[in-house]
Design a protein around this ligand. Structure first.
Ligand code: CTP
Length: 400
């Protein structure tokens, strides 16, 4: 079972908290990136060290961390923003009541109130507590607020009683999340190849021909596609960027030839390819094995064309594959882009004119025109690259 999502797991203080360790392990094995927030009383039942080790992330409890010297704000808004889903498991009667009322005396509750992602809770308590009118009222209220309730299951309870109140098993909880989230993203199950960054074409072991592409546009597209449920393969040239999003497999390459090799191998399995990399068009005809000394160094560099990866894809694609290219044009931008789109058999081309300050290489913002093969276009204003990625994928969803 695959669950490539960012999960913010809230653990509260009930005996079922011991199952949180198994739950974290199941989530991580399914490909999720898990961060755990525990209530203070949860720490009586399971140690933060156990959950930190299994999740490979620090476990937080306090709104303000006073342990490590200077008081530090544990940013609940950033945690909630980070998450694709929030899951509270186990959820005690006390925490359910506080969530239903909007109380906020725990970091976990502050995260809940800040969360805009889907929220799931797996209640766990004794039979009579679960049946109590107040608990039932709180659960009904949470449902009204859009919270998804998982279980509880029936069976033997920690008190020795039999009945409803047992937390659902970790495997069942995971299955519930997969059914509810993974299969519903607009790009669920789609395979998407995104390229990013420049390529470096070596002159000798220390020098190369490259360009100023930062990779930010491609990384934003990869993140956005993964957030919509796609299984993304990101092939990137040398960049300074990190990416810890589940659902994205990253391959780093150096040269255009290396990028071509990886992309051509991945291509047949892909539903959508977005070539945002600034692949070098030319490379030195030969690269010296040892650093070239200035004494006797050639004054003219002999260059040759690199393989056009996108053109290769265009002539090898099936009818169902969607192909997107980028163009950087400084004059007669749309005419040149149209010609490029036809020549490489693209479905859409993202035209970048560099006319506006703040657009293109090295900036966080970009100004582009989305030109489709049916000759319709969307002229976008200057906006953050993350928003360009969103608008691009909104358009591409219509193709898929
Ligand atoms: N591209 C590629 N392989 C190359 C060069 C470019 O796949 N060897 C891809 C880029 O990722 C981008 C598009 O092709 O999506 C850019 O097309 P290209 O014809 O290289 O545009 P320019 O570099 O702007 O070329 P020109 O100088 O012809 O305008």
């Amino acid at each position: 079972m695959r669950f490539p999502r960012r999960v913010l797991l809230g653990v509260t203080g009930g005996i079922a908290a011991y199952k949180a360790a198994f739950l974290v392990r199941e989530l991580v094995q399914a490909g999720a990136d898990v961060r755990v927030v525990m209530t203070r009383s949860a720490r009586d039942f399971v140690t933060p060290l156990t959950l930190a080790t299994l999740s490979k992330n620090p476990v937080l409890t306090e709104l303000v961390d006073r342990i490590s010297g200077e008081p530090r704000w544990n940013d609940h808004v950033a945690l909630a923003e980070w998450a694709d889903i929030m899951l509270v498991a186990p959820a005690t009667a006390n925490t359910l009541a506080k969530m239903a009322q909007g109380l906020c005396d725990e970091l976990l509750l502050a995260c809940y109130l800040s969360a805009r992602c889907p929220v799931f809770v797996a209640p766990a308590m004794d039979l009579e507590m679960y049946r109590d009118a107040a608990t039932q009222f709180n659960i009904a209220r949470l449902k009204e607020h859009g919270v998804n309730i998982i279980g509880p299951a029936s069976g033997e309870l920690a008190s020795g009683l039999f009945g409803e109140g047992r937390m659902s098993e970790p495997g069942e909880i995971l299955q519930h999340l997969v059914d509810a989230v993974v299969d519903q993203g607009p790009l669920a199950g789609k395979r998407v190849l995104v390229t990013a960054g420049p390529t470096h074409e070596p002159i000798d072991p220390v020098r190369f021909i490259g360009n100023r592409s930062s990779g930010r546009m491609g990384f934003a597209i990869a993140e956005e596609a993964a957030g919509r449920g796609a299984l993304v393969h990101l092939v990137t040239g040398p960049v300074e960027l990190g990416l810890d999003r589940p659902g994205v497999t990253r391959t780093d390459v150096g040269t255009a030839a290396e990028m071509a090799e990886v992309c051509k191998q991945l291509f047949p399995a892909m539903d959508l390819v977005i070539m945002s990399a600034a692949v070098a068009d030319l490379r030195p005809s030969s690269s010296a094995a040892k650093k070239i000394k200035k004494e006797g160094a050639p004054e003219v560099l002999q260059l040759e064309r690199t393989e056009d990866i996108l053109a290769w894809m265009g002539s090898n694609k099936t009818q169902d594959q969607v192909l997107v290219g980028f163009a950087l044009e400084t004059e007669q931008a749309l005419d040149h882009a149209r010609e490029k789109m036809a020549r490489k058999a693209l479905d859409l081309i993202v035209v970048n004119t560099l006319e506006d300050h703040g657009a293109g290489f090295g900036h966080d913002t970009n100004k582009v025109v989305l030109l489709r093969s049916d000759n319709t276009m969307t002229d976008l204003p200057l906006m953050p690259k993350t928003d360009v990625a969103r608008r691009l994928l909104d358009t591409l969803e219509e193709f898929i």
